[in-house]
Ligand binder design. Structure first.
Ligand SMILES: NC(=O)c1ccc[n+]([C@@H]2O[C@H](COP(=O)([O-])OP(=O)(O)OC[C@H]3O[C@@H](n4cnc5c(N)ncnc54)[C@H](O)[C@@H]3O)[C@@H](O)[C@H]2O)c1
Length: 250
Protein backbone atom coordinates (compact mmCIF):
# COMPACT_ATOMS: atom_id res chain seq x y z
CA UNK A 1 0.00 0.00 0.00
CA UNK A 2 1.43 3.28 -1.12
CA UNK A 3 0.66 6.52 0.67
CA UNK A 4 3.55 8.47 -0.80
CA UNK A 5 3.10 12.22 -0.12
CA UNK A 6 -0.50 11.65 1.02
CA UNK A 7 -1.41 13.71 4.08
CA UNK A 8 -2.99 11.62 6.81
CA UNK A 9 -4.68 13.26 9.80
CA UNK A 10 -5.06 10.99 12.82
CA UNK A 11 -6.90 11.95 16.00
CA UNK A 12 -5.99 10.20 19.23
CA UNK A 13 -2.54 9.78 17.71
CA UNK A 14 -0.59 9.96 20.97
CA UNK A 15 -1.55 6.46 22.10
CA UNK A 16 -2.63 2.95 21.17
CA UNK A 17 -4.24 2.35 17.78
CA UNK A 18 -3.89 6.01 16.74
CA UNK A 19 -0.14 6.04 17.28
CA UNK A 20 0.39 2.69 15.57
CA UNK A 21 -1.69 3.98 12.65
CA UNK A 22 0.49 7.09 12.45
CA UNK A 23 3.64 4.95 12.38
CA UNK A 24 2.27 2.56 9.72
CA UNK A 25 1.09 5.35 7.41
CA UNK A 26 4.47 7.07 7.84
CA UNK A 27 6.30 3.84 6.99
CA UNK A 28 4.30 3.78 3.75
CA UNK A 29 5.35 7.27 2.69
CA UNK A 30 2.62 9.54 4.13
CA UNK A 31 2.94 12.93 5.78
CA UNK A 32 1.36 12.58 9.20
CA UNK A 33 -0.61 15.14 11.22
CA UNK A 34 -1.02 13.76 14.73
CA UNK A 35 -3.85 15.31 16.80
CA UNK A 36 -4.37 14.63 20.48
CA UNK A 37 -5.46 16.36 23.69
CA UNK A 38 -2.63 14.80 25.70
CA UNK A 39 0.15 17.21 24.77
CA UNK A 40 2.91 15.48 26.72
CA UNK A 41 2.34 12.07 25.11
CA UNK A 42 1.79 13.75 21.74
CA UNK A 43 5.17 15.53 21.89
CA UNK A 44 6.93 12.27 22.76
CA UNK A 45 5.21 10.28 20.01
CA UNK A 46 5.79 12.93 17.32
CA UNK A 47 9.48 13.01 18.30
CA UNK A 48 9.60 9.22 18.08
CA UNK A 49 8.44 9.35 14.44
CA UNK A 50 10.66 12.31 13.57
CA UNK A 51 13.66 10.44 14.97
CA UNK A 52 12.92 7.84 12.28
CA UNK A 53 13.02 10.69 9.69
CA UNK A 54 9.27 10.60 9.07
CA UNK A 55 7.34 13.76 8.17
CA UNK A 56 5.14 14.13 11.24
CA UNK A 57 3.67 17.14 12.97
CA UNK A 58 1.75 17.21 16.22
CA UNK A 59 -1.23 19.50 16.83
CA UNK A 60 -2.74 19.84 20.30
CA UNK A 61 -6.47 19.46 19.74
CA UNK A 62 -9.37 18.60 21.98
CA UNK A 63 -11.86 17.15 19.49
CA UNK A 64 -14.69 18.57 21.63
CA UNK A 65 -13.54 22.04 20.53
CA UNK A 66 -14.56 22.80 16.92
CA UNK A 67 -12.42 25.96 16.75
CA UNK A 68 -9.28 24.01 17.61
CA UNK A 69 -10.04 21.50 14.84
CA UNK A 70 -10.43 24.28 12.26
CA UNK A 71 -7.13 25.81 13.39
CA UNK A 72 -5.50 22.39 13.06
CA UNK A 73 -6.88 22.02 9.53
CA UNK A 74 -5.34 25.34 8.47
CA UNK A 75 -2.00 24.42 10.05
CA UNK A 76 -1.97 21.05 8.29
CA UNK A 77 -2.78 22.61 4.89
CA UNK A 78 -0.02 25.19 5.41
CA UNK A 79 2.45 22.46 6.29
CA UNK A 80 1.56 19.72 3.79
CA UNK A 81 -0.80 21.33 1.22
CA UNK A 82 -3.59 18.73 1.34
CA UNK A 83 -5.72 16.50 3.56
CA UNK A 84 -6.11 13.10 1.91
CA UNK A 85 -7.02 10.68 4.69
CA UNK A 86 -8.56 11.25 8.13
CA UNK A 87 -8.64 8.55 10.79
CA UNK A 88 -11.14 9.42 13.52
CA UNK A 89 -9.43 7.41 16.25
CA UNK A 90 -9.69 9.53 19.43
CA UNK A 91 -12.20 8.05 21.81
CA UNK A 92 -12.68 6.02 24.93
CA UNK A 93 -15.02 4.88 27.65
CA UNK A 94 -16.19 7.73 29.89
CA UNK A 95 -16.56 5.54 32.96
CA UNK A 96 -12.94 4.38 32.61
CA UNK A 97 -11.61 7.91 32.12
CA UNK A 98 -13.75 9.36 34.93
CA UNK A 99 -13.14 6.30 37.17
CA UNK A 100 -16.88 5.94 37.75
CA UNK A 101 -18.37 2.53 38.55
CA UNK A 102 -21.94 3.62 39.37
CA UNK A 103 -24.92 2.08 37.60
CA UNK A 104 -26.56 4.08 34.78
CA UNK A 105 -29.08 6.12 36.78
CA UNK A 106 -26.45 7.22 39.32
CA UNK A 107 -23.73 8.26 36.87
CA UNK A 108 -23.37 12.08 36.90
CA UNK A 109 -24.62 13.48 33.59
CA UNK A 110 -21.25 15.25 33.08
CA UNK A 111 -19.66 11.82 32.62
CA UNK A 112 -22.12 10.96 29.86
CA UNK A 113 -21.68 14.41 28.29
CA UNK A 114 -17.97 13.63 28.01
CA UNK A 115 -18.70 10.21 26.51
CA UNK A 116 -21.04 11.57 23.83
CA UNK A 117 -18.86 14.60 23.10
CA UNK A 118 -15.65 12.64 22.62
CA UNK A 119 -17.06 9.57 20.90
CA UNK A 120 -19.78 11.09 18.68
CA UNK A 121 -19.62 14.87 18.45
CA UNK A 122 -15.80 14.91 18.23
CA UNK A 123 -15.59 12.61 15.16
CA UNK A 124 -18.51 14.56 13.65
CA UNK A 125 -16.68 17.88 14.19
CA UNK A 126 -13.49 16.44 12.70
CA UNK A 127 -15.33 15.11 9.63
CA UNK A 128 -17.11 18.45 9.14
CA UNK A 129 -13.94 20.53 9.37
CA UNK A 130 -11.63 18.24 7.36
CA UNK A 131 -14.18 17.49 4.62
CA UNK A 132 -14.16 21.15 3.63
CA UNK A 133 -10.63 20.63 2.29
CA UNK A 134 -11.49 17.26 0.76
CA UNK A 135 -14.45 18.79 -1.10
CA UNK A 136 -12.12 21.49 -2.48
CA UNK A 137 -9.68 18.77 -3.57
CA UNK A 138 -12.50 16.54 -4.87
CA UNK A 139 -10.94 13.52 -3.15
CA UNK A 140 -10.40 12.03 0.27
CA UNK A 141 -11.02 9.13 2.61
CA UNK A 142 -12.38 9.22 6.15
CA UNK A 143 -12.00 6.15 8.32
CA UNK A 144 -14.10 6.26 11.47
CA UNK A 145 -13.34 3.97 14.39
CA UNK A 146 -16.35 2.30 15.96
CA UNK A 147 -16.48 -0.54 18.47
CA UNK A 148 -18.07 -3.94 19.03
CA UNK A 149 -19.85 -2.15 21.90
CA UNK A 150 -21.72 -0.04 19.33
CA UNK A 151 -22.99 -3.30 17.82
CA UNK A 152 -23.89 -5.35 20.87
CA UNK A 153 -24.74 -2.64 23.46
CA UNK A 154 -23.45 -2.52 27.01
CA UNK A 155 -25.40 -1.67 30.18
CA UNK A 156 -22.33 -0.18 31.85
CA UNK A 157 -21.31 1.98 28.85
CA UNK A 158 -24.57 3.28 27.41
CA UNK A 159 -23.10 6.60 26.22
CA UNK A 160 -20.14 4.88 24.57
CA UNK A 161 -22.36 2.29 22.91
CA UNK A 162 -24.83 4.91 21.66
CA UNK A 163 -22.07 7.18 20.38
CA UNK A 164 -20.20 4.38 18.60
CA UNK A 165 -23.42 3.09 16.96
CA UNK A 166 -24.03 6.60 15.67
CA UNK A 167 -20.55 6.78 14.19
CA UNK A 168 -20.65 3.25 12.74
CA UNK A 169 -23.99 3.58 10.98
CA UNK A 170 -25.80 6.94 10.73
CA UNK A 171 -22.70 9.07 10.48
CA UNK A 172 -20.60 6.79 8.26
CA UNK A 173 -23.43 6.10 5.81
CA UNK A 174 -24.63 9.70 5.64
CA UNK A 175 -21.14 11.14 5.15
CA UNK A 176 -20.49 8.55 2.42
CA UNK A 177 -23.74 9.54 0.68
CA UNK A 178 -22.76 13.21 0.88
CA UNK A 179 -19.09 12.73 0.01
CA UNK A 180 -19.53 10.53 -3.08
CA UNK A 181 -20.29 13.51 -5.36
CA UNK A 182 -16.83 14.90 -4.42
CA UNK A 183 -14.93 11.63 -4.75
CA UNK A 184 -14.75 11.20 -0.98
CA UNK A 185 -15.09 7.75 0.61
CA UNK A 186 -16.17 7.24 4.22
CA UNK A 187 -16.10 3.95 6.07
CA UNK A 188 -15.75 2.59 9.59
CA UNK A 189 -13.57 -0.03 11.28
CA UNK A 190 -15.03 -1.39 14.51
CA UNK A 191 -12.77 -3.49 16.70
CA UNK A 192 -13.59 -6.02 19.36
CA UNK A 193 -11.17 -6.14 22.30
CA UNK A 194 -7.70 -4.83 21.40
CA UNK A 195 -4.60 -5.19 23.53
CA UNK A 196 -3.88 -1.48 23.85
CA UNK A 197 -4.78 -2.23 27.48
CA UNK A 198 -4.10 -5.55 29.22
CA UNK A 199 -7.65 -5.60 30.65
CA UNK A 200 -9.08 -6.12 27.17
CA UNK A 201 -7.92 -9.74 27.32
CA UNK A 202 -10.83 -10.33 29.75
CA UNK A 203 -13.39 -9.85 26.96
CA UNK A 204 -14.22 -13.15 25.29
CA UNK A 205 -14.06 -13.75 21.53
CA UNK A 206 -14.74 -16.72 19.29
CA UNK A 207 -11.05 -17.02 18.43
CA UNK A 208 -10.16 -17.06 22.14
CA UNK A 209 -8.05 -13.92 22.38
CA UNK A 210 -8.03 -10.15 22.04
CA UNK A 211 -6.58 -8.49 18.92
CA UNK A 212 -3.04 -7.34 18.50
CA UNK A 213 -3.34 -3.59 17.67
CA UNK A 214 -1.49 -4.27 14.40
CA UNK A 215 -4.39 -6.44 13.20
CA UNK A 216 -6.73 -3.44 13.48
CA UNK A 217 -4.25 -1.04 11.91
CA UNK A 218 -3.74 -3.37 8.92
CA UNK A 219 -7.48 -3.14 8.14
CA UNK A 220 -7.52 0.65 8.60
CA UNK A 221 -4.66 1.02 6.11
CA UNK A 222 -6.35 -1.32 3.65
CA UNK A 223 -9.67 0.54 3.57
CA UNK A 224 -7.83 3.89 3.37
CA UNK A 225 -5.64 2.75 0.46
CA UNK A 226 -6.33 2.51 -3.27
CA UNK A 227 -6.97 -1.21 -2.70
CA UNK A 228 -10.09 -0.11 -0.81
CA UNK A 229 -11.34 2.14 -3.63
CA UNK A 230 -14.63 0.21 -3.91
CA UNK A 231 -15.37 0.55 -0.18
CA UNK A 232 -17.62 3.33 1.05
CA UNK A 233 -20.53 3.72 3.46
CA UNK A 234 -19.84 0.45 5.25
CA UNK A 235 -18.80 -0.65 8.70
CA UNK A 236 -16.29 -3.45 9.23
CA UNK A 237 -16.42 -5.41 12.45
CA UNK A 238 -13.04 -6.90 13.32
CA UNK A 239 -13.92 -8.63 16.54
CA UNK A 240 -12.55 -12.18 16.56
CA UNK A 241 -16.12 -13.41 16.06
CA UNK A 242 -17.37 -11.87 19.31
CA UNK A 243 -20.56 -10.57 17.69
CA UNK A 244 -21.71 -14.00 16.49
CA UNK A 245 -21.01 -15.67 19.85
CA UNK A 246 -24.52 -14.65 20.91
CA UNK A 247 -25.92 -16.54 17.92
CA UNK A 248 -23.73 -19.56 18.63
CA UNK A 249 -24.99 -19.71 22.23
CA UNK A 250 -28.60 -19.48 20.96
N1 LIG B 1 -8.73 -0.84 22.73
C1 LIG B 1 -9.85 -1.47 22.44
O1 LIG B 1 -10.09 -2.61 22.89
C2 LIG B 1 -10.89 -0.83 21.54
C3 LIG B 1 -11.98 -1.61 21.14
C4 LIG B 1 -12.94 -1.03 20.31
C5 LIG B 1 -12.80 0.28 19.89
N2 LIG B 1 -11.72 1.01 20.30
C6 LIG B 1 -11.62 2.40 19.83
O2 LIG B 1 -10.38 2.60 19.19
C7 LIG B 1 -9.95 3.94 19.39
C8 LIG B 1 -8.54 3.95 19.97
O3 LIG B 1 -8.52 3.15 21.13
P1 LIG B 1 -7.16 2.90 21.94
O4 LIG B 1 -7.36 1.66 22.71
O5 LIG B 1 -6.00 3.03 21.04
O6 LIG B 1 -7.25 4.14 22.97
P2 LIG B 1 -6.13 4.94 23.76
O7 LIG B 1 -6.77 5.32 25.06
O8 LIG B 1 -4.84 4.20 23.80
O9 LIG B 1 -5.94 6.24 22.86
C9 LIG B 1 -6.95 7.19 22.75
C10 LIG B 1 -6.30 8.54 22.47
O10 LIG B 1 -7.36 9.49 22.28
C11 LIG B 1 -6.97 10.70 22.93
N3 LIG B 1 -8.13 11.50 23.25
C12 LIG B 1 -9.07 11.25 24.21
N4 LIG B 1 -9.94 12.26 24.26
C13 LIG B 1 -9.56 13.17 23.33
C14 LIG B 1 -10.06 14.44 22.93
N5 LIG B 1 -11.12 14.98 23.52
N6 LIG B 1 -9.43 15.09 21.94
C15 LIG B 1 -8.34 14.55 21.34
N7 LIG B 1 -7.81 13.36 21.70
C16 LIG B 1 -8.41 12.68 22.68
C17 LIG B 1 -6.24 10.23 24.18
O11 LIG B 1 -5.43 11.26 24.73
C18 LIG B 1 -5.44 9.04 23.64
O12 LIG B 1 -4.17 9.45 23.20
C19 LIG B 1 -11.00 4.59 20.30
O13 LIG B 1 -11.92 5.30 19.50
C20 LIG B 1 -11.67 3.41 20.96
O14 LIG B 1 -12.99 3.72 21.36
C21 LIG B 1 -10.76 0.49 21.10
Amino acid sequence: MDFLRKTVVITGAASGIGFLCSKNFAENGANIAMLDVNTENLGNKVNELRALSYDAIGVAVDIRNYGQIVEAREKIINEFGSIDIVVNCAGGSSKRIWKCDDEFINVPIEVFDWGIDVNLKGPFYVAHAMMKQMVAQKSGVIVNIGSITGEEGCPSAIDYSAAKSGVMYGMTKSLALYGAQYGIRVCCVSPGPVLTRAAMSNMSTLVGRAADPQEIVDLILYVASEKGAFITGTNYLIDGGRNIMRIKKG
